[in-house]
Design a protein. Sequence first.
Length: 484
Amino acid sequence: MLQRGRAAGRREYRQRLMRSTALLSAPAVGTLAVLGVAGVMPLIPAIVTAVVTAGGIAALLARHSSEMASLRRFVEMLRTALDRDATLPEPPQVTSPGIDPELAEAIAESARERQVRRRELRAAINSNEAVLSGLPDPLLLIDADGVVTRANPAAGDLFGENIEDRPLATVLRNPELLQAVDKVLAEKGHREVEFTSPGEIERYFSARVAALRETGPKGGVAVVTLHDVTAIRRAEQMRADFVANASHELRTPLSSLLGFIETLQGPAKEDAEARDRFLDIMLEQAKRMSALVEDLLSLSRIELDEHTPPTERADLRKVIDRVVGALELKAREKDMSIEVDTPDRGSLTVVGDEDQLTQVLQNLVDNAIKYGRAGTPIRVVAQPADRSTGRPSRRARRGAAVSVIDQGEGIPREHIPRLTERFYRVDKARSRQLGGTGLGLAIVKHIVNRHRGQLEIDSTPGQETRFTVYLPTGEPESSDQAAE
């Protein structure tokens, strides 16, 4: 009986266990049933706790990975915003126990400081660039090998645009300046030197070469600054020339005036006829002195600006009409006519100072009236310059040509090269008698030089004299012209 009771108790316990196992779906619980009841039942709470803990760790790792990805995206967004100087993004929220919650804000603060610093540096660079670009004097930065690493716009205007990355010796070929640069590169410090730049218009420069305290952009270690002192030199030379020339040319009319005044105050004091005759001569001499002083002052003003070419545009047709209208009456007094020949079509606009070009043409036409034969015509011919028009230089062929042609005694060939010298006259007595100052063609030459043009003089004694002025239009040179 006792054994039958124990067997019935064990069957009931197994049935309860089987019903509990059927209610659980976890594999661990099924395993517990297989392993048996007696040894496994005490481990059930620990196993369930482990399962729950493993799930929490997985969730924590997932959140950690997500926030780290957000931080990486935030850093990339910061980098892009800094490169574009755009508004910086807001930092993401970080709650993972393994990440410092202030990390994102610290990164954002560092980026903001960097952006402020970059903007300050950019503003300083732009300010320095503005200063360098605004400097009127050419400035060149050179490296230890004497290669130009930087140049401001003034240097580009003087030497050409493509001067960077070229040896200084190919840009400035003055031996004294290059020697000063070599000494500065070797010994530091600074050097100053003055030199002359050859060319169509000779220019004078004062150069200063100084070593930099720290290496500049592109390895620059020294700076070369040039100051154009051409105007100062010309002013000094003009003062000397003015004293010499004016004293020589004014001596004769002044002596005449003084002589006539003394005569009128003395022996001819009561002679009305002599007084009238002397006053006429004195008026003529005074006019001559006035014209001479005016031409000297005009020549001085022109020479001061000769190294600076004009930039405005001038219509040659308008200039010709103005000059012809002003001198037509004077030509009629010698029974002369002024004939104008300009093309019906095409542009006669050049780069030039309209007032100075008027002065050029006025001097040439006035000379034609003075030295041409009475009763003959004066021709003013304007047309585009080309190879068939005289013998212009390559640059002048790309502009316009204006010729003033008179019929007179002509000019002997040996005098032609010196006609544009100050106070040079083929026939001094005749020139003074006609009211010439000897400065008209000198003024023409310097104005044409300032316009980067060319003056040609052709004369056949006893037949005609032709003065031709070639003026560039400022248009770019074509490839076939460049090849010549």
